[in-house]
Design a protein around this ligand. Structure first.
Ligand SMILES: C[S@@+](CC[C@H](N)C(=O)[O-])C[C@H]1O[C@@H](n2cnc3c(N)ncnc32)[C@H](O)[C@@H]1O
Length: 353
């Protein structure tokens, strides 16, 4: 992936991006950096690119023409369709889902403002998306661009080593990560929680989930409101199990997988609640209705994945109390690209749900 950064302070970008994990990724070629100095497009001998604001007011405004020409150069390298992102406090705040979305492009053009910002006419003409990195005002967009580069790069294959990459981190499931500990076992009189020393994975996972919930409750209750437990319910041929497991891992750390081929599940009453999000997957839709007979829900949102040929009829699930927000073709989910795109679309729906 290539990041094209348009800035008045190229060294600031090169210096930070050349350090640590990003520096290594630049060296091994997983990511590339194309830093364009907007000053090189100054229309004045003085190399200045700013002017006084029309209508008066404090500070200077960056002129349209140098910015336009810098974007043109970036596009000539990145391709006409590359997205132009302007870093600005006057925008929706970046979050993990947006980071994941941005990581799907091959090129990203990041435009950094300075002074009082940029002449709005050029922004109207060239910018595809405005992104803020937080509800505060910085002196320039460079730190914002670096935040985007850093967060997006973590999704680019080859940037993180296995030991650095983690599916278990803050914001998966809209929860903050549980506390982490390392040696020594006792530090300043504080012992690490006993359960972490037991080697009992089920207990450890339950403990960590509880800690994640508690931390999110205390520090980010707004996230908790948007947090859904994602469960995968599957029924049908054995080969479907691998798809069900992969789906659950992509969606959620703490959700559960329910295999409705098991008679124990078929015969027991199960009711999902409004904080549950359920992904149904079956390759035998005709028989699934009988297998899921004891399953019900109270306002749970759901996605149903069935073979393309089956009738797109959601009434079966809706009668059970689910709100089906999407129906997908099983065949599409078996294709890697189709599956990734669909999962991302569903993640967005879950966030908005
Ligand atoms: C001093 S700010 C200009 C602020 C502008 N007058 C306003 O109120 O929207 C200069 C530049 O810093 C960048 N910037 C400032 N705060 C930012 C934020 N929270 N996120 C992303 N970029 C930011 C933008 O590129 C902006 O053009």
């Amino acid at each position: 992936m290539t990041f094209h950064v348009l800035t008045l302070f190229p060294d600031m970008i090169k210096e930070v991006a050349g350090t640590s994990i990003l520096g290594r990724a630049l060296l091994n070629g997983s990511i590339s950096l194309d830093v364009i100095n907007i000053r090189d497009f100054s229309t004045k001998g003085s190399k200045r690119v700013d002017g006084y604001p029309y209508g008066g007011g404090a500070g200077m405004v960056m002129e349209a023409e140098p910015v336009f020409n810098a974007v043109e150069l970036a596009k000539s390298r990145a391709g006409e369709n590359a997205k132009v992102v302007y870093l600005t406090p006057a925008a929706p705040v970046l979050n993990q889902l947006k980071v994941e979305e941005l990581s799907k492009s091959d090129d990203l053009i990041l435009l950094c403002g300075h002074y009082e910002g940029i002449d709005d006419r050029v922004l109207e003409e060239v910018v595809d998306e405005n992104i803020s990195i937080g509800d505060y005002v910085l002196t320039g967009g460079e730190l914002g661009a670096l935040v985007v580069i850093d967060a997006v790069s973590r999704y680019v294959p080859g940037v993180l080593h296995n030991s650095e990459s983690s599916d278990v981190e803050s914001l998966k499931d809209n929860l903050l990560e549980y506390p982490q500990y390392t040696r020594p076992e006792v530090w300043h009189g504080q012992a690490v929680p006993q359960v972490l020393l037991t080697g009992d994975h089920a207990k450890i996972e339950a403990f960590r989930h509880e800690q994640s919930l508690e931390r999110t409750r205390q520090r980010r209750p707004d996230l908790l409101e948007k947090s859904h437990r994602v469960n995968v319910v599957w029924f049908g041929s054995e080969e479907l199990e691998a798809t069900a497991v992969a789906l659950k891992e992509k969606f959620s750390l703490y959700g559960e997988i329910f295999n409705y081929n098991r008679s124990k599940l078929k015969n027991a009453k199960k009711r999902f609640g409004s904080s549950d999000f359920v992904v149904f997957i079956t390759d035998e839709p005709d028989k699934a209705e009988t297998a899921l007979i004891k399953l019900s829900a109270h306002g749970s949102k759901a996605v149903a994945i069935t073979p393309c040929v089956s009738e797109p009829d959601s009434s079966f699930f809706e009668e059970k109390g689910f709100e089906v927000i999407k129906r997908c073709c099983l065949e599409v989910m078996k294709d890697q690209k189709g599956c990734e795109e669909t999962i991302f679309e569903i993640k967005k729906m879950i966030e908005q749900a």
